[in-house]
Design a protein around this ligand. Structure first.
Ligand SMILES: [Zn+2]
Length: 136
């Protein structure tokens, strides 16, 4: 369907550096079997979102089922393009809570066993975004 195609083309591509991918993987593994969350730094343009840094959120509390992040408590002085969090069990699809607590432009989700190919990116509507890991 041509409508769907043009809709897909309007979605931004997401680029994350190798270092950011490794940080997300390590952070997720460290907290397993609990969820872990990180704040993503970088920039967003019309065509793409590039992530080049991560910050540990000041009020994060992790638990077995929900990372319970007070992302709405995030000081506005921390510039961010979105968040990354882990799904210790199941898929890397966004949950309803993930979409309700969406902040920024992109939500990155990594599922167990926390490898490059279990990292996925979504926009605030839960649409899957193209994700590229780049060496920089
Ligand atoms: Zn989630």
């Amino acid at each position: 369907m041509s409508f769907k195609k043009s809709e897909r083309q309007n979605r931004k591509a997401v680029t994350i550096t190798r270092q950011v991918a490794d940080s997300i993987i390590t952070w997720a593994k460290t907290h397993h079997p609990n969820e872990a969350i990180l704040v993503l730094q970088g920039k967003s343009t019309r065509e793409q979102i590039s992530v080049d840094g991560v910050v540990i959120p000041p009020f994060s509390e992790s638990g077995p089922f929900y990372s319970g992040f007070g992302i709405h408590d995030l000081p506005y002085t921390i510039p961010h393009v979105g968040t990354a969090h882990s799904h210790p069990g199941g898929s890397n699809n966004p949950s309803l809570e993930d979409l309700n607590y969406f902040t920024g432009f992109v939500s990155i989700i990594i599922s167990h066993p926390y490898e490059d190919n279990t990292i996925a990116a979504y926009d605030r509507n839960g649409n899957s975004l193209e994700l590229k890991i780049v060496n920089s």
